[in-house]
Design a protein around this ligand. Sequence first.
Ligand code: SAM
Length: 280
Amino acid sequence: MEFISPAVIKSIAEKYDFQFKKGLGQNFLTSQEVLEEIADAAEIDGGGVLEIGPGFGVLTNELAKRAKKVVACEIDARLIPILSDTLSEYNNIKIINRDILKTDVRALIDEEFGGEKISIAANLPYYITTPIITGVIEARLPIKNFVVMVQKEVADRIGAKPGTKDYGALSVLCRFYTEPEIISVVPAGLFVPRPKVDSAVLRMRFRDKPAVETKDERMFFRVVKAAFSQRRKTLLNCLASNFQSSKDELRELLLSVGIEPTRRGETLTLSEFAAIADKL
Ligand code: SAM
């Protein structure tokens, strides 16, 4: 595939008379530099990669140069013949015409990579960014790295630290299982068609074990969900509306782990959530 530029993307679209579908989040990347940056960030090192939404195959092309095998899952059947043309020079790519949200990704990784730890890379379709990220993280898949292009605002939420306005349940979930890192900010003008907002490349390296120890992960995430359920309420009130215990019991519990009951959920660190969950 040639060096990617806006002109190359437009000429592929013209050649195949391809009309972009907004409903499928089809904003294709036109920067060779950013494509290489995503592929490098995935730290593939000759291993396997799963790509979500290959589009015209511009990222797939960079991944295939660095990987033993790339499996790319694309929902739009119109793109399948285009991909077999644009990626014809490779024999280490498998394109699957499937909706990633309806795919058993664990079974796919087992089948295609024999359960080996792989990387996942994607310029994600905007309309399903959060379900894909939470789905991949919660599934505890055999992956070492998850590198995604997302709206900048989502990357800021995932990378947010306690006490900041962007910090929320998504930040806690991602930080619990991964080490999130914003690699770069990508201006809206580098996509065709141009989206309304800027994007960012985000890398989440999977941790060998969660960031904090907790007796019961489900209870940990119940506490997190409760703490962020009503942002203007105190932690005590949020917990009281989500758990059976009385307010007095919950106040005692919070004080016993050194947490002021009047604090807001968004100021709590992962260790503090774990301390509450373990007591509950
Ligand atoms: N990788 C290409 C690039 O970087 O230019 C295209 C990225 S574009 C933002 C998102 C791609 O995901 C599109 O090709 C779209 O058709 C595909 N897509 C959308 N929803 C999907 C789904 N549920 N499962 C798999 N692919 C999907």
